[in-house]
Design a protein around this ligand. Structure first.
Ligand code: GNR
Ligand code: NI
Length: 167
């Protein structure tokens, strides 16, 4: 197990597009386990491989209060969406920024699990929000892209300042 380094906005590597996982190997399972450990340690409720600089379509999620419900989704896709829901989002790659984003409220998801089996399930509420947020990462998209230019610039300037202080 290992804690991985999480990239921070505006790192251009967060704009990379992730490629489909061709086969669920032990290496992929190891990456998923390291991502779960990294997510729990952060702490967060989701993490996409792009955030740890791996260009593969792999996300992990756990919205439980007690780390009891880890979900590993490989090549996840939203195949149906209904309704709208606004939720105050945050992102481990955009520390200390929280803003409302509107997304579908109910989705049908297709993915591959850690055993390499296809699966399909329905998600709603927080889980639906989180899955859409993570799939956006795989396409190089961040929640700040849904905000006004002004809000996004403010967030970017604040994070750039923090990063300079660390150098
Ligand atoms: O930990 C996280 N919390 C969160 C809250 C509202 C909407 C989405 C999220 S995902 C985020 C972790 C993260 O950055 N995943 O990419
Ligand atoms: Ni995020």
């Amino acid at each position: 197990m290992a804690i991985l380094n999480i990239l921070h906005y505006p790192d251009p590597r967060l704009r990379n597009k992730a490629l489909p996982v061709e086969a669920v190997t032990d290496d992929i399972r190891q990456l998923a386990d390291d991502m779960l450990e990294t997510m729990y340690e952060a702490p967060g409720i989701g993490l996409a491989a792009i955030q740890v600089n791996v260009q593969k379509r792999l996300i992990v999620i756990d919205i439980s209060e007690d780390k009891s419900d880890p979900l590993i989704l490989i090549n996840p896709e939203v195949i149906a969406a209904e309704g709208e829901r606004e939720f105050e989002e945050g992102c481990l790659s955009v520390p200390e920024a929280y803003e409302a984003v509107t997304r579908a409220d109910r989705i049908k998801v297709k993915a591959i699990n850690r055993d390499g089996d296809n699966m399909e399930f329905d998600a709603e509420g927080l889980l639906a929000t989180c899955i859409q947020h993570e799939i956006d990462h795989l396409d190089g998209k961040l929640f700040v892209d849904y905000l006004s230019n002004l809000k996004r610039q403010r967030i970017r300037k604040k994070l750039e300042k923090h990063q300079k202080q660390k150098l």
